[in-house]
Design a protein around this ligand. Structure first.
Ligand code: ADP
Ligand code: MG
Length: 218
């Protein structure tokens, strides 16, 4: 089969089975349905484009955060679809995903890729657009033990942001280790998955939440 990108919703559904916390969501294909679904989920919500051709949704004007009412949700639906069409007239638009809006947290990246020589590799590092420039990322070849995952977490330069820096409360390192173990298992047990990333995953003093998921299958 040809390489294809699963939708964010399909990615969430797969990852949730491996213990990755994800926002609740609904998929809609009309502005009226958007207003209804957003009200049912509870405000604020985030709305994003669903298109197999649009990999970076923000670049396409395909992400609206902090939507606080039904009228706003309705408007956001039209705006997202229009922006996406403008960005790529050929893109097939499957609909719009409406998600619970996760509270702010430390933004991390979890990912996996298939190296031609080493096979499946998982990566972990700091997220956020500016921090990505610094490439504060570490990786391991699968299989990976829990002990190695703990080492991985501690070896990024930004580790003090997790363990507690200058009076900041520590983040939930135990949950982070469990989530990395979960995604490693997910990658290991799904041979059709050649690549994935959770960019970002938000880590809290207690718990975490993935707020994006991109899974490539072959
Ligand atoms: P992109 O395809 O551009 O990477 P994302 O799904 O990562 O799109 O959304 C862009 C940004 O919007 C995220 O990095 C995050 O900061 C914010 N965001 C996305 N979804 C949520 C959510 N459910 N709750 C809170 N913030 C979100
Ligand atoms: Mg993203």
């Amino acid at each position: 089969m040809a390489k294809r990108m699963l939708s964010e919703a399909e990615g969430y559904d797969l990852l949730r089975e491996y213990g990755v916390p994800t926002p609740g969501f609904e998929i809609v294909t009309s502005a009226d349905a958007a207003a209804k679904a957003a009200s049912a989920i509870g405000f604020p919500v985030v709305m994003k484009i669903i298109s197999p051709q649009i990999v970076h949704k923000s670049d396409a004007g395909g992400v609206v955060v902090g939507i606080s009412g039904a009228a706003e949700a309705k408007k956001a639906f039209t705006q997202i679809v229009e922006s996406a069409k403008e960005y790529d007239a050929e893109a097939e638009i499957k609909g719009v995903i409406i998600e619970e809006m996760a509270k702010p947290g430390l933004e991390l990246i979890l990912g996996g890729k298939t190296d031609p020589a080493f096979g499946k590799v998982i990566t972990f590092g700091m997220g956020g657009t500016l921090v990505e420039l610094m490439k504060d990322v570490t990786l391991r070849i699968l299989p990976v033990s829990e002990e190695e995952i703990r080492t991985m977490v501690r070896e990024i330069n930004a580790y003090p942001l997790i363990s507690g820096y200058r009076g900041m409360k520590p983040k939930d390192e135990e949950t982070l280790v469990e989530i990395i173990a979960g995604v490693a298992k997910f990658f290991d047990e799904n041979p059709q998955v050649t690549e994935f990333d959770i960019n970002p995953m938000r880590l809290y003093e207690s718990g975490a939440c993935a707020v994006d998921a991109r899974v490539i299958v072959d």
